[in-house]
Every structure is written in C-alpha cells, then in structure tokens.
Write a protein that binds this ligand. Structure first.
Ligand code: SF4
Length: 285
C-alpha cells in the first residue's frame, strides 16, 4: 500500500458555538469548583467525561442547583420555562446560548407576532428544537416531507429550521408545504458552520477513496454528516475515536478524507488522523 494521503475537511469538528460553550464550562468549573448543567453540554461522551472530571455536574432540573451556584445554559438554547424557574430560584446563570440559536428564537417570535402559524423543521425532542418551540404558542414540528404531507391546509405560516438540518431535507419539506400553505414565509435558519461543514463533506467524499466521520452516535449532527458521506462514497465510516479505525478498510486506498461533527473536539480528530498515519506507516514498513 502506498503512503496514504490524508485530507481533513477545513472546518471539521467544533463549531464556534459549541467551542465557546465548552470553554466557558471548563472556565466556570475551574473558577468555582463546580458548574451545573441541564443535560450534557454536547452530544459527545468524551467531552462530557472530561468536563465531569473538571467539576461539571449534570442535573435534571433547576431545583437541584444549590443556592447561588452557577448554572450553564448550553449552546443549543434553553426553553423559556427553565429560564423562568432559574430566575425564581435565584441561581447564577452562565448563558452559553449560541448567538445563531438566539437568532432563530427571535425569528420564530417575529413570525408568530405577524400572525403566522409557526412551523419548525427539526428533530422531535432535540434540545435545540424544544428551545425554539418554547418561544411561541402551539408551533408545529415536522422532521420529514411525509409529516409535512399530513398537515392540514392553512392560510399563513412561517417556517424556520433547526440549525443543523440538511438543506435537502428542508427543501423537500418546503416543496410539500407549498402545496399546503397559501402565504408561506420561510426563514433559512440553517447555521453557516453547518452549511459549510455539509458542503465540504459532499465534495471531499467524492474526491477520496475512504471517508471517515468522527462523532458520537448520539449526535444527530455527526450522523447527518455520515449520511451525506455515504450517499456519495459507500466506503465511508463513522468512528468515535482512533481505536475504532480498522486497517482492513484501507486495502486499495490511497486518499483518505476525514471530517467530524460539530460536537467533536480537536483531540479526537488528531487521534483519528494519527491512527490513519500509523496504518499508513505500518503498510509501508
Ligand atoms: S451548530 Fe450552528 S447554531 Fe448550533 S451551536 Fe454550532 S454554530 Fe451555533
């Protein structure tokens, strides 16, 4: 096997929203000895473990927070009722909501104020979608064109999407909504780091002999990247760390593409790259 050429997608891994939130969480834990979070900060087990060792504590409700302790609100946003209960409990809120998620909150509120039925394109139950939905009354959440097909006809609707949706899914849903809604206003709220990451993996997967996507299987964002890679290159694999990279995948391969979901830290990208380099060096020896 010749030496492997490795291409890492330019913007693989942490988006700025997640990077900032994780940094803030580490700083808060170091300063105060503990920081509380409602659920995991990102969908990545290693990051969650690292933060737990630094003093981050996951809680299920604001009521569990000791008085005056810092509570970190995560990058993908926090529902309105939790903001209210945090205000009542008088805890110290560290707001790490991504500015692009905040923009989606503003957009849905504007759509509702304009008298439109709000429709959110996103994964049911996903924290970001729950946070967006909490901004307005009775929003409709749809995740597939089939679900859009089941909607009643309506006169005025406003649509936003979860920040990490695939443009193809959103377009397919909008096509269906055009047959259902007379006056349809769509605000494209897929965030620019997601758009960039998706575009890069679409190109890279076609260029290489094998595509590796690094990310937790609990991360919808990483699974979407894997899906985009697989659609273009059947020799694509999702891994969570370097140890999962299998030498037999590289038979007859000369070019390797690597990308990673928005919740994957830099050290895991470096670890997978090293694993591929070791396979390359072993094959040359
Ligand atoms: S995926 Fe986009 S919206 Fe979500 S945290 Fe990252 S930059 Fe912000």
């Amino acid at each position: 096997m010749p030496k492997l050429e490795i291409i890492v997608a330019r913007d693989a891994g942490y988006c700025f929203g997640v990077r900032d939130a994780v940094n803030v969480a580490f700083e808060a834990a170091e300063e105060g000895g503990a920081v509380y979070m409602l659920g995991d900060i990102v969908h990545n087990e290693q990051v969650v473990q690292d933060l737990a060792s630094a003093g981050a504590k996951v809680i299920q409700s604001i009521a569990e927070t000791p008085k005056g302790a810092p509570v970190l609100f995560r990058a993908h946003g926090t529902p309105v009722d939790i903001w209210e209960s945090a205000g009542q409990k008088n805890v110290r809120i560290i707001d790490a909501t991504c500015p692009l998620v905040r923009e989606i909150h503003t957009e849905v509120r504007k759509l509702a104020e304009a008298g439109r039925q709000v429709i959110i394109i996103g994964d049911h139950g996903h924290d970001e979608v729950v946070g967006i939905a909490s901004q307005v009354e009775d929003p409709i959440i749809i995740s597939t064109p089939e679900e859009a097909g089941e909607l009643r006809k309506m006169r005025r609707a406003g649509v936003v999407s979860q920040s990490t949706q695939m443009i193809e899914n959103v377009q397919a849903i909008i096509n269906v909504l055009m047959t259902k809604v007379y006056d349809l206003h769509f605000v494209n709220t897929i965030c620019f780091p997601t758009k960039r990451n998706h575009e890069q993996i679409k190109e890279l997967a076609l260029e290489v002999d094998i595509m590796l996507v690094i990310g937790s299987f609990t991360s919808a964002n990483s699974k979407r990247l894997t899906q985009l890679a697989l659609e273009r290159n059947p020799n694509s694999y999702q891994v969570t760390c370097g140890a999962e990279v299998q030498p037999e995948w590289f038979v007859g391969v000369s070019k390797v593409g690597i990308s990673a979901g928005a919740s994957t830290p830099d050290y895991l990208i470096a670890e997978v790259r090293n694993a591929v380099e070791e396979i390359s060096a072993g094959a040359e020896a």
